[in-house]
Design a protein around this ligand. Structure first.
Ligand code: MCN
Length: 729
């Protein structure tokens, strides 16, 4: 059995030998290079764009301005600013040249005559709607009220009523590889190489924009150097690059510089929760009333993130009286969208801060308060109708509690030396396997090797290995004989991609179903070849066996026999070919859960040092503990960055103050620390392979645990992510 084993990653050889091929590594003769001229002011009316000097630059082939391809969910529905600039980084023109340096240099020759307008930066001020982020439009792009029970009454019946403003700042998803696209014009069709999380999704939206200009668009996902949710949805530059290749009938490449990526890649998080909550003396949370604001920037596609946060706001706790007034506001900033965790980290920061604040105010133990409120019977329908599926929250919390008590003791000891030490714990609920379904095909080739083609588009997670383990187990063959293919719309019927911690469970179960069908087919074919009755045959260890005669035929022999008689006839009743497809989707999202425990020291300069870190998750069946653990480690380090120093900062005029990786800090190997991870397998999903996702969990569990440990270390309440060094002195 491979499922449950720490099988080494099949995908690594390519990368550690330097043979990965990212968009920028793919070369086509005659390629034009595209450079985007971007706004360096936040809000203005464009009076005139003069590109005549840029066109005179030797090597410049053309300049595109005012592109009005429809682009949804924008206050001005185009990929380029035509009449109004809405944020620093807003694309205004695109220069095409025979090399990328010429294209970038020519950008200086584009003259933009504009009239500056006041910028709206603070989302709370945006809510007042006095100054407009977009001329002629209300700043309030979205409003939804969620209500359950009677929160006002429940609040007034509480022993204490508390109020806190909790802020989760904007972050840049910081993949190692910036975004990029190569669009190759091929006589009426396009071949597009993209750094994307979903080749199929990219094809769908490019076709919807350019379908009347091309016969077809084939999208191939190149190797991707990290995405973290930010390479799923369409971007202005994708449209501009494809449009340019159609106009000039040449290959066109665009790859973002780091400073462009920080301005252009959708930012994540950016939520403020002003929450009022009540509790009984025994620590029972009675009600929550939350005014939630999401800082959408200059587009409205990110509104669903405040919906996720709102519907998950009660987390793993029993409180039933709740109201969330959710607002999405336009600001003159880069548009906002999903970043690893997408709405769940924001919710967890709120409900876990609430648990700790109640424990402080009532002088109760924080674990005791969590236990008082924890859901103990599953399935459970939360006040806003989400159905938490399975697990044993209390058992997991008790396991984490043991570690917490030990960390607490160590903190007490170390504090005696005058050091600023704190221990913190978070308990979190994840929501994943966002659907609707995923596809897979399994084929046995003539040489007996197994090819699995999946609709998911992994980009670093190690899914190739996990899915190979599932198929190898089902077919009872070596994992080395299974190859997994993805990310090409020409060879995969339909699929969705990799997001929402879904790939292993959805594509894995689709592959499992397909492999089962292949096995059934192998039995039927073998029955013909062996002149047996199919009922007499059994499948075992990658072979079809006739227990009566003792005859066997391996999968390879069946596949080879299938192909044996070139030019002959097909004398058998069964169709040849050992291949099948499978599709899998859930009728309810899955809800894994976990706990993080941290012991930290804050020195006199405000620097945070992690002394010990422990995480535990329940995601049902863990297919490969090494891969899952790697996800947790990466997520913890990202969560650490977000908790301590990562923050996109604009000044009051909308100038981006963190526009490069000198000013925008992300954790490196130097700041990384050891993490101990354990897992439980009680919260199984109802899939044939009862797994749930792990790709985002750690970004949800880390910030509340870490912030708690820091506040215990410094003795001051913290209500904001990141905590920032200067606040911890
Ligand atoms: N796994 C497992 N057992 C399970 C579930 C998962 O062994 N029960 C393993 C899988 O085999 C896979 C990994 O854990 O290797 C993650 O699987 P899964 O939870 O299904 O998540 P996805 O593959 O769908 O990945 C998406 C998730 C998301 S939403 C973001 S954002 C994110 C993340 O993964 N972005 C990443 N992790 C990332 N890791 C890398 N290296 N790069 C990114 O951009």
């Amino acid at each position: 059995m491979y499922v449950g084993e720490r099988v080494k990653r099949k995908e690594d050889l390519k990368f550690i030998t330097g043979s990965g091929r990212y968009v920028d590594d793919i070369e086509y003769p005659g390629t034009l290079y595209l450079y985007i001229v971007r706004s360096n002011i936040a809000h203005a009316k464009i009076k005139k764009i003069d590109v005549s000097d840029a066109l005179k630059v030797n090597g410049v082939i053309g300049v595109i301005t005012g592109l009005t391809i429809p682009f949804e969910n924008r206050p001005r529905n185009w990929p380029m600013a035509k009449d109004e600039i809405l944020y620093v980084g807003h694309p205004i023109a695109a220069i095409l040249a025979t090399d990328k340096y010429t294209a970038a240099d020519a950008a200086d020759s584009v003259q933009i005559d504009y009239e500056e307008l006041p910028a709206v930066i603070d989302p709370e001020k945006a809510l007042k709607d006095d100054v407009k982020a977009v001329e002629g439009k209300s700043n309030i792009a979205y409003k939804k009220v969620y209500n359950a029970g009677d929160p006002d009454k429940a609040l007034s019946n509480s022993d204490i009523i508390l109020e806190e403003k909790l802020e989760i700042s904007r972050v840049y998803p910081s993949p190692m590889e910036t975004r990029g696209l190569l669009s190759v014009y091929q006589e009426g069709s396009l071949l597009v190489y993209a750094s994307t999380q979903s080749a199929h999704y990219m094809r769908r939206y490019l076709l919807s924009a350019f379908g009347n200009m091309v016969r077809d668009i084939r999208v191939i996902q190149a190797d991707v150097g990290g995405a973290f949710g930010a390479k799923l949805f369409p971007y202005a530059e994708d449209f501009i690059t494809v449009y340019a290749s159609l106009q000039y009938k040449r290959p066109v490449k665009w790859v973002a510089l780091r400073s462009e990526d920080i301005r252009g890649m959708y930012h994540g998080r950016g939520q403020i929760h002003k929450v009022k909550f009540g509790a009984k003396k025994d620590g029972t949370l009675t009600a929550m009333i939350d005014d939630a604001v999401i800082d959408l920037g200059a587009a409205s596609h990110g509104t669903y993130l405040v919906d996720i946060a709102a519907t998950m706001l009660t987390g793993p706790y029993k409180v039933r009286d709740l109201r969330v007034n959710a607002y999405g506001v336009y600001t003159n900033k880069t548009p906002l969208d999903q970043y690893r965790g997408a709405g769940r980290p924001e919710a967890a920061f709120v409900y876990e801060r609430i648990m700790d604040i109640i424990s402080d105010e009532l002088k109760l133990d924080p674990i005791y308060v969590r236990k008082r409120n924890l859901i103990t019977e599953l399935p459970y329908v939360n006040p806003l109708g989400l159905k938490y599926d399975s697990g044993n929250y209390l058992k997991l919390l008790e396991k984490a509690e043991k570690v917490y008590r030990e960390f607490e003791e160590r903190a007490n000891e170390l504090r005696k030396q005058g050091r600023r030490i704190g221990a913190g714990l978070s308990f979190y609920l994840e929501q994943n396997n966002f659907g609707p379904w995923e596809s897979a095909s399994v084929r046995i080739k003539a040489d007996g090797k197994v090819q699995v083609i999946i609709g998911a588009s992994p980009h670093g997670q190690g899914t190739e290995t996990g899915i190979a383990q599932i198929v190898a187990d089902e077919l009872e063959i070596s994992v080395d004989d299974v190859e997994v293919i993805w990310g090409d719309t020409a060879i995969i019927g339909e699929g969705f991609g990799t997001y929402g911690s879904r790939s292993l469970t959805l594509a894995g179960n689709a592959a499992l179903l397909a492999a089962r069908r292949v096995k059934e087919k192998a039995l039927r074919l073998a029955a013909q070849f062996m002149k047996s009755d199919v009922q007499e045959l059994e499948y075992k260890n990658g072979e079809v066996i006739n227990p009566k005669s003792g005859r066997t035929m391996s999968l390879k022999e069946i596949a080879t026999r299938n192909m044996a008689s070139l030019g002959g006839i097909w004398e058998y009743k069964e169709e040849p070919g050992l291949e099948a497809s499978g599709y899998f989707g859930f009728d309810n999202l899955t809800y894994p859960y976990g706990s993080h425990v941290v012991l930290t020291e804050v020195d006199d300069s405000g620097k945070v040092k992690i002394l010990d870190y422990y995480a535990i998750d329940d995601i049902g069946t863990v297919v490969n503990p090494m891969l899952a653990e790697a996800q947790v480690i990466g997520g913890v380090i990202q969560g650490f960055g977000e908790s301590i120093f990562e923050e996109i900062v604009y000044d009051e005029n909308g100038n981006l103050l963190t526009g490069n990786l000198f000013d925008y800090a992300i954790p490196t190997a130097v700041e990384a620390f050891n993490i101990k991870w354990e897992y439980m397998e009680e919260g199984k999903s109802n899939a044939p392979l009862p797994a749930k996702g792990i790709g985002e969990g750690a970004t949800i569990g880390t910030p509340p645990a870490l912030i708690r440990a820091i506040e215990k270390a410094i003795g001051k309440r913290l209500t904001r992510l990141p905590s920032k060094l200067e606040n911890l002195i």
